[in-house]
Write a protein that binds this ligand. Structure first.
Ligand SMILES: Nc1ncnc2c1ncn2[C@@H]1O[C@H](COP(=O)(O)OP(=O)(O)OP(=O)(O)O)[C@@H](O)[C@H]1O
Ligand SMILES: [Mg+2]
Length: 414
C-alpha cells in the first residue's frame, strides 16, 4: 500500500486529497499543528483522518525545523509521495520531495509559485505575458518605483504572499495607494500557522479584460493544460471571487491562447511534477496576461465542479503524480457545473438567508455561517456565508440558473 504525506488538510482541498488517496488505496499521514487541528478541523475531517491514516504534528512557522522533522518521518515511514493541501506549504513540499527523491516541482524555483514578487520576476525573465509589477518596502519607495516604471492609475496593490484576495485593492490615485499600501503590508504572518510572510507590497499595472482560471498538470516535466473556466470577481476597489463556472464558453482560438500561456507560466516557475492553478485575463485584442499561479489544487470546490462537469478528478491526478503513478486526463463527461458564493450586503450579525428555492440545476446548497454568526463586509473571500453548486448540460444553462438563484436569495444582516 503506497504511503502519502499530506501537509495540512484544513480547507476544502484537504478532504478531496484524502478521498482521492483513499480511492487509490494509499495510506495517509496528515501533518498539521496541534492547535490548528484543535481549532480548524471539522469532526468529519478528523474522522476521515482517523479512518484513512494518521496524524502528525509539526510547526510550519519554522520551515527549516519542519523540513528536518518531516524528512526523518518520511524516511522512517517509507513515504512514497508528498502533497500540499494548503498553498502556503507548496515550497516546503517541493523541498521535501526533492530531498527524499520523490516526484515534485523544482525546489529551487518553488518560491516563484507562491510569492507574487518572485513570480513577477520569473515571468519577466521567461517572457510570460503578465502585468508589469514593482515591489516596495515602504510607501516612499512605492511612489518612486511606480513613477520610474511608468505605471499609471489604476494600479493593483497586494501583499507578496497572501491569498483569498486578502489585502488586494485596485486604487486610482496616490492617496488611495497610501491606504492600500498599509492594508497590504499588514499581512506579515499567515495564520493559523504563523508562517512569516514577505513584507514587500507589490504594485501592478491594472489589466482589463475577462478573467479565467485554468489547471495544468505536469508529469516528469511535460505540462498539459486542462480547459479554461470562468472566474467571476466583484468589481470596484476590492476584488472578491463570487463564483466559478466549469468550463468557460470560449472559441477554440481563445482556449488555445489561455492554454499556451498557462503552460508557459507553469514551465517558467518550475512546475515539473504536480498540478498548477493559474488565474489569467483574456483581453479584447485576444492576448492574455497571467495574474497568478499556484503549485496547488484549485480552491472553492472547483475539484468537485470539474469532477461533476467533466469526470476529471484533479485531486486524484495530484496524488497519482506524487506517488509516481500515471494520471488519466481524458474527460469522461461533457457537461458544465458552477459554484456561486452567498455574500452579505455588509458586515454584522447574520439574521437569515431566504429565497434559496428549488431549481433543477441546483445540485447542492450549503450555509457556512449559522444564523447569529458574525459576518465580514464583502471585500475578500472570508465574507461568504454559504454557497450553491449548480450542474447542467452547458455553461450557459449553469450561468442562467445561477443568476436566477442569486436574484432570488435575500441575506439579512443586522
Ligand atoms: N494586475 C491586475 N489587474 C487586474 N485585476 C487584478 C490584478 N491583480 C489582481 N486582480 C484581481 O484581483 C483578484 C485577486 O488578486 P490575486 O489573485 O492576485 O490575489 P489572491 O489573494 O491570490 O486572490 P485569490 O486567492 O482569491 O485568487 C484577481 O483574481 C483579479 O480579479
Ligand atoms: Mg488569485
Amino acid at each position: 500500500m503506497p504511503k502519502l504525506l499530506l501537509l495540512e488538510a484544513m480547507g476544502n482541498t484537504g478532504e478531496y486529497i484524502l478521498d482521492a488517496a483513499r480511492h487509490l488505496n494509499a495510506e495517509i499521514i496528515v501533518v498539521t499543528h496541534e492547535d490548528v487541528h484543535e481549532d480548524w478541523y471539522s469532526p468529519t475531517l478528523k474522522a476521515k483522518i482517523a479512518e484513512y491514516g494518521k496524524l502528525v504534528f509539526a510547526d510550519f512557522s519554522d520551515s527549516e525545523g519542519a523540513l528536518r522533522q518531516l524528512k526523518e518521518l518520511a524516511r522512517a515511514e517509507g513515504v512514497d509521495g508528498v502533497v500540499a493541501g494548503w498553498e502556503f506549504l507548496t515550497p516546503l513540499v517541493a523541498r521535501l520531495a526533492a530531498d527524499l527523491g520523490l516526484p515534485g516541482n523544482d525546489p529551487t524555483r518553488s518560491l516563484s509559485c507562491r510569492n507574487k514578487r518572485i513570480m513577477a520576476r520569473a515571468f519577466t525573465e521567461h517572457g510570460i505575458p503578465a502585468p508589469r509589477t514593482v515591489a516596495a518596502r515602504d510607501l516612499g519607495e512605492a511612489y518612486t518605483l511606480v513613477r520610474s516604471a511608468g505605471l499609471t492609475y489604476p494600479v493593483v496593490v497586494k501583499p507578496s504572499e497572501q491569498s483569498g484576495s486578502w489585502g488586494v485593492s485596485v486604487v486610482s490615485d496616490d492617496e488611495e495607494l497610501a491606504d492600500a499600501f498599509v492594508v497590504a503590508q499588514s499581512h506579515i504572518f499567515q495564520m493559523p500557522h504563523g508562517i512569516p510572510l514577505d513584507p514587500h507590497v507589490i504594485i501592478q499595472e491594472y489589466v482589463g479584460g475577462t478573467e479565467f482560471s485554468i489547471e495544468t498538470v505536469a508529469v516528469r516535466g511535460a505540462v498539459t493544460p486542462l480547459f479554461p473556466y470562468d472566474k467571476f470577481t466583484t468589481g470596484g476597489a476590492k476584488r472578491a471571487e463570487y463564483g466559478h463556472t466549469v468550463p468557460a464558453e470560449l472559441d477554440a482560438a481563445q482556449v488555445a491562447v489561455l492554454q499556451e500561456a498557462a503552460v508557459a507560466a507553469a514551465r517558467a516557475v518550475g512546475i515539473t511534477n504536480g498540478v498548477a492553478h493559474t488565474e489569467l485575463k483574456l483581453l479584447p485584442d485576444g492576448t492574455t496576461r497571467i495574474i497568478e499561479l499556484g503549485a496547488r489544487l484549485p480552491g472553492d470546490h472547483v475539484v468537485a465542479l470539474m469532477r461533476q462537469a467533466r469526470g476529471i478528478d484533479e485531486a486524484r491526478i495530484y496524488v497519482q503524480i506524487a506517488l509516481g503513478q500515471e494520471p488519466v486526463l481524458t474527460p469522461t463527461a461533457d457537461t458544465a457545473a458552477g459554484i456561486r458564493f452567498l455574500t452579505p450586503p455588509r458586515g454584522g450579525t447574520l439574521r437569515s438567508v431566504t429565497g434559496l428555492g428549488d431549481c433543477d440545476a441546483v445540485a447542492l446548497s450549503k450555509m457556512t455561517v449559522p444564523p447569529g454568526g458574525r459576518v465580514r463586509a464583502p471585500g475578500d473571500n472570508d465574507s461568504r456565508v454559504g454557497y450553491v453548486i449548480l450542474h447542467a448540460d452547458t455553461a450557459a444553462e449553469v450561468n442562467a440558473a445561477a443568476a436566477q438563484v442569486l436574484a432570488n436569495v435575500s441575506i439579512e444582516v443586522v
